[in-house]
Design a protein. Structure first.
Length: 294
């Protein structure tokens, strides 16, 4: 098995932080995504390698094993177990391995799993396939209802249902849609991360939506009706006379859908902001002066 430097695949240094890895993965995945490079086998292969590199380096435990064992990192537990058994038997033979990708590792694992035969006992241990990672970008209005979407993963189309109310940064697992297993082992899994873009005036707070609504001084003093737009409809509000700036009003069930709870929604919380008039005419100033004397 040829050694692949996952750090070079993502274009980062070995000292990269988790944030560096995440940023590099998103940049590379967007550039080489099969949807943006149709019929480009090279881009498809690159995308698969990018997902594989991210799956390993974004997981602290897997990254630690990779840094120590290189291409044989998946078999690290078996190697450690063998080493422990040999030490318990008082064996004087010791293997010393440094860095990743060294020939000593390959020799040890090839003999242990029967690739070379010889004196070592042949084993047919099965291993789970490589996990894949992908990213889906959606607008906030896209997740008001559940929707189906087709992804192309490793040349295969996968139809998934995206539940309404999915959170920004949330990751879901699609079992059995990763890489092929070894020696009859199960397939890996596909992990999909969601990036929810908010281009509206609303702020999301869990299942609730927050919205600042400006009203003029006259409506704040005298009261009246006001029409606002929610994410998918229009609502008429009654503004009571004498309302103060900063007053909050809750509209039940006008927020985001609750994840995987059909028919349940958060609330829309409106904060009134009273807008003070500027550039008054002389006549308007006189009238306000008269009111102030009253």
């Amino acid at each position: 098995m040829e050694f692949v430097d996952y750090y070079k695949v993502l274009g980062i240094e070995k000292s990269a932080t988790e944030a560096d890895i995440k940023k590099a993965y998103r940049k590379m995945a967007r550039k080489h995504h099969p949807d943006l490079n149709p019929n480009d086998e090279k881009a498809k292969a690159l995308f698969q390698g990018i997902n594989e590199a991210n799956e390993v380096l974004s997981d602290p435990e897997k990254r630690k094993k990779y840094d120590k064992y290189g291409k044989d990192w998946k078999h690290s537990e078996e190697f450690d177990r063998q080493q422990q058994q040999r030490q318990q038997r008082g064996s004087t033979r010791q293997e010393s391995f440094e860095g990743y990708g060294g020939e000593d590792f390959s020799s040890f694992f090839e003999s242990m799993f029967g690739a070379r035969g010889g004196a070592g006992q042949q084993r047919n241990t099965s291993y789970k396939g490589q996990d894949y990672a992908s990213e889906i970008r959606l607008n906030m209005t896209d997740i008001l209802v559940s929707q189906k979407q087709t992804l192309t993963v490793n040349g295969k189309n996968i139809r998934i249902t995206i539940p309404a109310g999915v959170e920004n940064g949330q990751t879901i697992k699609i079992t059995g849609h990763g890489g092929e297993g070894a020696n009859g082992g199960p397939k890996g899994d596909l992990y999909i991360s969601f990036v929810i873009e908010n281009k509206s005036n609303f702020k999301r707070d869990g299942t609730n939506l927050l919205l600042d609504v400006s009203i003029d001084l006259y409506k704040a003093i005298l009261g009246g009706e006001l029409e606002i737009e929610t994410l998918n409809s229009k609502v008429k509000l009654t503004v009571p006379p004498g309302i103060q700036s900063g007053t909050k009003v809750k509209l039940k069930g006008k927020g985001m859908p609750v994840y995987k709870k059909e028919g349940e929604f958060g609330d829309l919380i409106i904060t009134y902001q009273v807008k003070i008039p500027t550039n008054l005419t002389e006549k308007q100033k006189e009238l306000f002066t008269e009111i102030s004397k009253l």
